[in-house]
Design a protein around this ligand. Sequence first.
Ligand SMILES: Cc1cc2nc3c(=O)[nH]c(=O)nc-3n(C[C@H](O)[C@H](O)[C@H](O)COP(=O)(O)O)c2cc1C
Length: 394
Amino acid sequence: MRFSKAQNIEDLRLVARRRLPRIAFDFFDGGAEDETGIARNRAAFERVRVVPRYLVDTTRRSTSAKLFGRSHALPFGIAPTGLVGLGGHGTDLALARAAAAADIPFVLSTAANTAIERIVEAAPDHTWFQLYFPRDRAVCEDLLRRVGDAGAHGLMVTVDVPLPSKRERDLRSGLLAHSLTPSAGLAFDLLTHPSWSLRMLRHGQPRFENFAQYLGPKAGAAEYAAFLGAQIARPLDWDDIAWLRERWQGPFLLKGVLSVTEAKLAVERVIDGLVISNHGGRQLDAAPAPIEVLPAIRAAVGEDFVLTLDSGVRRGADVAKALALGADFVFVGRATLYGAAAAGGAGAARAIEFLADELDRFLAQTGCPSIEALRELEIHTGPGHGHGSGRVRE
Ligand SMILES: Cc1cc2nc3c(=O)[nH]c(=O)nc-3n(C[C@H](O)[C@H](O)[C@H](O)COP(=O)(O)O)c2cc1C
């Protein structure tokens, strides 16, 4: 598959697969254990059927949507993805710029390879920050101060990483061992992708730049990896969340909630909203697909609480399905990452264009002149999807 021929996100994935060495592609593409979560995310979207309505004038259509009072051109944004420098130098920046150009939110990961200050410079009106709560509270307070000073719009606190998950592709490749054991397989992998390898040699291994100032100028890749491992993969509780909430004034979302009970508690604890997510199938392999639990969570928290969703979105129609089933906004992780890995900034932009075009076609096909109208559609979901809306039929 050539980039110029790509027609959808899966095509961009195939270009990325050819372009990246396996060790990098597998990190982007893979998930936990048997990777049934990844498959479930797709199957759950595919099960959702939407009854079209044609006798509505949709000549003029709008895809714009609001997130915390801020209007965006599209109802989706780019989810936080760490260590994307593996795809190429400057990938965080390429994603942030593509998001700003398309007028959609970009969420920078704590584990990014570009510091928050540089990202906000490049995308001042579109940057959010994802927080992995560092164990060291002084580091955390300083990081929050920097994120606020830089001007990030909101905070997503990731709760679904109580420990590093078992990602077997990465364990096999040696990526998660934090030291690349020189093996014949790896050498072949790198030699057969010489342009990637040369770029990596020129720019050096990607580092976790949000932490650069806490580690000092001499720290190498291994120190960074050890620091990150010690600081962020850990269980959180509601006291941690309250501590963070007190220190962040702007929009505050919990990312990774899938349970109705925890969603209700989030409302009580004055959290502003959720990202219903199973981390793209990268944490608990047995977790339900977010789209399956969304209707029940919406029913439990009421209409005013902000619900966003990610995991498994590969088509504009998936964005529409999530909005129709009760989400206010949607995020994509791999979709834009495959684009960036396939062709840098142009590839990320192409991924956004595919999703936007497919979403617009979906609106026309279902008689929806606006994003709000999606909520009126008749939706059929298969068994497994939670109940919660009168319009949803199994
Ligand atoms: C390569 C990669 C790195 C990720 N890194 C992070 C991260 O640093 N923090 C986080 O909260 N989620 C991270 N995620 C999860 C995404 O934010 C998002 O939940 C997931 O990608 C959504 O699923 P999708 O890829 O099917 O769209 C990562 C996902 C991928 C694919």
